[in-house]
Structure formats: structure tokens, C-alpha cells
Design a protein around this ligand. Structure first.
Ligand code: ZN
Ligand code: ZN
Length: 299
């Protein structure tokens, strides 16, 4: 994050904002600058990618689904906008510790013990580590003592849109992002890779809320995509994972996505639309195989 802070200092904070007597490496100044940069970055990433996903990937017929809430998109955005600044307060503390040189982030490829292969390996290790840690944190957030206080707001949305991707209680949002921030304090990681992964993690989180279920066939068994996370929002106790299905399989919480069986929310919408078009009155019971209220838990 020092790369971003240096650029922000050079082009903005030093010439236009802070008095020249306030040194760039002073800790309070660094915290305040990181707070501004982190919030700006998070809002830009959220609005840019969630908007793209909402208009180009998300199927708007889902907004007519019986479980889609009134004004849901507005509520998802409002919840996120209120949560992100709170999440940034502890997050920036971790960035500050990192900027002051206490992490294992490095600047040059040559600093990696194994060169490029080491950098590539660190990306895979980052994904594996964060996937494992988020799985257990997320699962912990579903514990009955914690769930209603911290994680329930994110499950308000049964049929999520990309704008629900960051709509968390601030403590929940921070806890689920913690593995990302902790990783470079435990393992070496290239600074640019770290920034790239920050963007990737945010885009991925949006993508598993977009309701679009396309995953290349050979990856279907391995990747925890939108279809899996859709079922997490609908059925609660399954598919806690982030990128891979691995920990759900190990932890016994894997559920083959209903969308892959033709029984997801989009299949439901297609069926009722076709029925309306064909004017097959009295065929309503057919829908129940896709979406029976009985099969859903309401927590
Ligand atoms: Zn959950
Ligand atoms: Zn979600």
C-alpha cells in the first residue's frame, strides 16, 4: 500500500493538502492519507465493477422473483455505503503497520527467493490461504451466537444482486477481509501482486453475487462460483467458500448448486415466464419443484 500512498502524496497530499511542515512519513498523516485512499479505492471498485456486473451480467428478470425485496438494490447500496467507511478504520490500521515496514511485502522480483516461479507460487498460496481462512471465519459467523448480530444483514438478500457483494455489517466485512490483510505479514508477497489481488478479491466477491452461473465445465467441480453462492444465500448452511469448493467438501458443507440441476432462481423465472407466455393456467404446481418455500430455511 506504500506504492499507492507515495503516488497520492506526490500528486495530491503534499502539494495541495498538508502543510509543508508535516513530514510524509509521520504516522498520523499516514493514517489519515491511507483512510482517504482506502475509502476512495473501495468505493470506486465497488461502484465500477458492481455497476458493470449489474447491467451486463445480472439477469434483471430475477428482480421479479418472489424473494426479491422491495427497493432491494437501493437497500444493498445504502447498506454498503454505510458499512465501507467503518470497515476501513481497522483495515487502515493494518495498512499502516504494513506501510511502516512490518510486513513481508517486497518490491522487486529479485527479492523473491525463487524469482518468477516464487511470485506465481505466492499467488496460488494466497488464494489457498485466504480461501481456507474465509471458509472458517464465514462458517463461524453462521454460529447461532454470532449470526444474528453480525452476519444476518448479508443474508437479508435471498436473491442477491452484485450490489449485495459488499453489503455486510462492518465487523462481518472486516473479519471476512482479514485473511487478505494478514497474509503478507506471514508470507512474502510482491507489492504489485498484493495490489492486483486486492482488485481481484473485490471483483470476485462481486462476481459470486451476480446470479450468472457460467463456469467452464471442467472447473465446475472446483470453483465456488455464483451458482454456489446463490445457494448459500438461499439455503444458509452450504457453500461457505470463496474461490474453491475444497473446504466445503472437507467441512461437509458442499451442496451441488441447484442452478446446475436446472432448479435455481433463474430457472424458476424462466419457467414462470414461459408458462405465462403459453398461458398454461393451472400449471402453477410445476413451479414448486424449483422453489418450494418448504425447502428454504428462514433465519
Ligand atoms: Zn453466510
Ligand atoms: Zn453473499
Amino acid at each position: 500500500m506504500d506504492l499507492v500512498l507515495n503516488v497520492a502524496d506526490y500528486y495530491f497530499f503534499t502539494p495541495y493538502v498538508y502543510p509543508s511542515t508535516w513530514p510524509e512519513d509521520e504516522i498520523i498523516r499516514q493514517y489519515l492519507s491511507l483512510l482517504v485512499v482506502t475509502n476512495l479505492g473501495a468505493f470506486i471498485l465497488y461502484f465500477f465493477f458492481a455497476t458493470l456486473s449489474y447491467y451486463f451480467v445480472f439477469d434483471h428478470s430475477l428482480k421479479k422473483h418472489p424473494l426479491f425485496l422491495e427497493n432491494q438494490v437501493y437497500r444493498e447500496i445504502k447498506y454498503t455505503v454505510q458499512a465501507l467507511p467503518w470497515i476501513s478504520i481497522p483495515t487502515v490500521l493494518l495498512f499502516l503497520v504494513e506501510v511502516r515496514g512490518y510486513s513481508k511485502l517486497y518490491d522487486n522480483i529479485e527479492d523473491s527467493t525463487y524469482g518468477w516461479p516464487g511470485v506465481i507460487f505466492s499467488m496460488m498460496s494466497f488464494l489457498f490461504f485466504t480461501d481456507m481462512a474465509i471458509y472458517w471465519i464465514h462458517r463461524g459467523l453462521h454460529h447461532k451466537l454470532v449470526y444474528k448480530h453480525l452476519h444476518k444483514p448479508h443474508h437479508l438478500w435471498k436473491i442477491a444482486t452484485p450490489f449485495a457483494s459488499h453489503a455486510f455489517h462492518p465487523v462481518d466485512g472486516f473479519l471476512q477481509s482479514l485473511p487478505y490483510h494478514v497474509y503478507p505479514f506471514i508470507f512474502p508477497l510482491h507489492k504489485v501482486v498484493y495490489l492486483g489481488l486486492y482488485i481481484f478479491v473485490n471483483v470476485w466477491t462481486i462476481s459470486i453475487h451476480d446470479g450468472d452461473f457460467r463456469v467452464p465445465g471442467f472447473l465446475e467441480a472446483v470453483i465456488n462460483g455464483s451458482a454456489h453462492h446463490t445457494d448459500h444465500h438461499l439455503y444458509f448452511d452450504y457453500n461457505y467458500g470463496q474461490y474453491f469448493t475444497l473446504w466445503d467438501r472437507i467441512g461437509g458443507s458442499f451442496k451441488y448448486p441447484s442452478a446446475f440441476e436446472g432448479k435455481g432462481p433463474l430457472n424458476y423465472m424462466k419457467t414462470i415466464t414461459e408458462e405465462k407466455l403459453n398461458d398454461h393456467g393451472g400449471n402453477g404446481c410445476k413451479n414448486e419443484q424449483f422453489f418450494s418455500g418448504k425447502s428454504l430455511k428462514t433465519k
